[in-house]
Design a protein around this ligand. Structure first.
Ligand code: ADP
Length: 473
């Protein structure tokens, strides 16, 4: 592995998780060892003190039974058998006059502690002290105890054996720690890699998609863990983006297609104005036609923008309590002249329950109702009938616009809410194929929807569902 790769590895989550894992592992093993080591050290020290105390007891009874000379011999023998550099004995008076001492050649000028003797004088049972002297590598544990009135026995023992035992213990631990840290690091690395392999796949997929492989998806295992859920959510998001991108592409195509005709017409008019000699009235007519075409274009562009805003939830809705029965009634009144022109009967059937209030933006709701009525009248031949009604049920308000018009085929029905979609049989009518898209986007922006049922040559029924007004909204 090159140095660059290793340095880059430092910034990976897997590396950081491994370090954390190995660190925690090492820290907890070290803490466990420390507790164990301190316990072992305390046990060995206590054991040494116990041994020293029982020796004092033994020599105290020897003194009372056999006298001082026997005690001195016993102490001399004991010091030699233990090793003169491992243990020493000294008998002193409470005023620190030495009565006896074993071979002290390896203990330097180690004497008796005045403080210890003072404490014994003041009534202490026994006094322990731990010393370090230059002649000895290891600590020395010393016990002062009164063995008969006025006589103090000082026993000193090198703690070499304890230190060696604890040293062995330390060495074993260091070896075990080294193995554990290596093992912990390997296990940590393995676990981190295993946990992050799914994240890496998501990253790889995102990179592939950014390079243009849009159909790439993350493979999801059956486990259902967090990574699988991330992968599933990621795939769902990609599918959704796919649909949006396709929708946008289709919309751009449709728009380009629908813009071409009016632009061509405007160009034709302009060309005619330049190339032919016409009267002033003709020029006026051409200018009026140009304005009309431009208005159509503007309307198309504005409607597309309105649909996008409504779908994205970014349109500024002025929400208020609206009586939709009133809105539909007013719209029907507005359309009566058009209906009369087309010889179509337009009927408004108000709500039976009189509870058709919704919370919404009145202008947007009016726009939606107008689009539905306009379509119904546009696609209903002379002599037909259009009925607009309002109802409510179980917290929902319904607006229905039904007609006895040309109807919509099963093939066209699922597409009529798409932008720019126009059924073949309705191309003779004026329209740009955006009215229903806008109506549905408005209904959805108000928490509702629009559905359609239709029978070709018999008629259609469009039903808007909106949540009824409630004070908690
Ligand atoms: P347009 O401007 O063409 O009316 P819309 O989006 O309002 O656009 O409607 C889309 C298409 O749905 C229309 O072109 C027409 O073919 C069909 N359509 C809508 N309303 C009706 C209706 N009431 N009766 C029959 N066809 C309809």
């Amino acid at each position: 592995m090159s140095l660059k790769k290793v340095l880059r590895l430092r910034h990976t989550l897997a590396f950081q998780l491994t370090i954390w894992y190995a660190g925690m592992f090492a820290f907890s093993s070290f803490a466990a060892f420390l507790a164990f080591y301190l316990a072992a050290a305390s046990v060995t020290h206590r054991h040494t003190d116990q041994a020293l105390m029982s020796e004092v007891e033994e020599y105290s009874s020897l003194l009372s039974l056999k006298g001082i000379e026997t005690l001195k011999t016993a102490l001399m023998l004991e010091s030699e058998s233990e090793g003169a550099n491992k243990m020493f004995f000294r008998i002193v008076t409470l005023n620190n006059e030495e009565l006896f001492s074993s071979n002290m050649s390896s203990w330097g000028d180690l004497g008796t502690s005045r403080i210890a003797l003072e404490r014994l004088k003041n009534g202490a049972n026994r006094v322990f002290e731990t010393l370090i002297i230059p002649e000895h590598q290891y600590e020395i544990r010393i016990l002062y105890d009164i063995i008969s009135p006025g006589k103090v026995l000082q026993i000193g023992e090198s703690l070499e054996d304890n230190a060696r035992l604890l040293g062995v213990f330390r060495n074993i631990f260091c070896a075990i720690m080294a193995v554990l840290i290596v093992l912990g690091t390997l296990i940590g690395w393995f676990i981190a890699r295993r946990a992050l392999v799914g994240v890496e796949e998501v990253t790889r997929t995102a990179m592939d998609i950014s390079k243009g492989v849009f159909e790439r998806r993350v493979s999801v295992k059956a486990g259902g863990d967090e990574i699988d859920r991330l992968a599933t959510a990621f795939n769902v998001m990609l599918d959704r983006i796919d649909v949006l991108v396709i929708g946008m592409r289709e919309m751009a195509d449709d728009m380009a297609h629908d813009l071409r005709s009016p632009i061509t017409r405007i160009r034709g008019i302009a060309e005619m104005t330049l190339t032919t000699n016409k009267s002033m009235d003709d020029y006026r007519t051409m200018a009026a036609n140009t304005i009309e075409e431009c208005d159509r274009l503007l309307e198309m562009v504005n409607t597309v923008l309105d649909i996008s805003e409504a779908e994205a939830g970014t349109s500024k809705l002025i929400m208020e309590k609206i009586d939709i029965a009133g809105v539909v009634r007013d719209a029907c009144e507005l359309f009566q002249p058009t209906a009369a022109d087309r010889n179509v009967t337009l009927i408004f059937r108000p709500s039976d329950t009189d509870n058709s209030f919704v919370r919404g933006d009145i202008q947007q709701i009016q726009r939606m109702v107008v689009n539905l009525l306009d379509n119904a009248l546009k696609y209903t031949p002379s002599g037909g009938r259009v009925i607009a009604s309002v109802n409510s049920d179980e917290g929902q308000a319904f607006i229905s616009v039904s007609d006895t018009g040309i109807g919509i085929s099963d093939h066209d029905l699922p597409n009529i809410f798409k932008r720019f979609y126009r059924c073949d049989q309705s191309r003779s009518q004026v329209g740009i194929g955006l009215g229903l898209s806008l109506a549905r986007a408005i209904a959805k922006a108000h928490g509702g929807n629009i559905t359609a049922t239709s029978y070709p040559a018999k008629g259609s029924k469009f039903t808007v569902t909106l949540p009824q007004f409630s004070l908690s909204q």
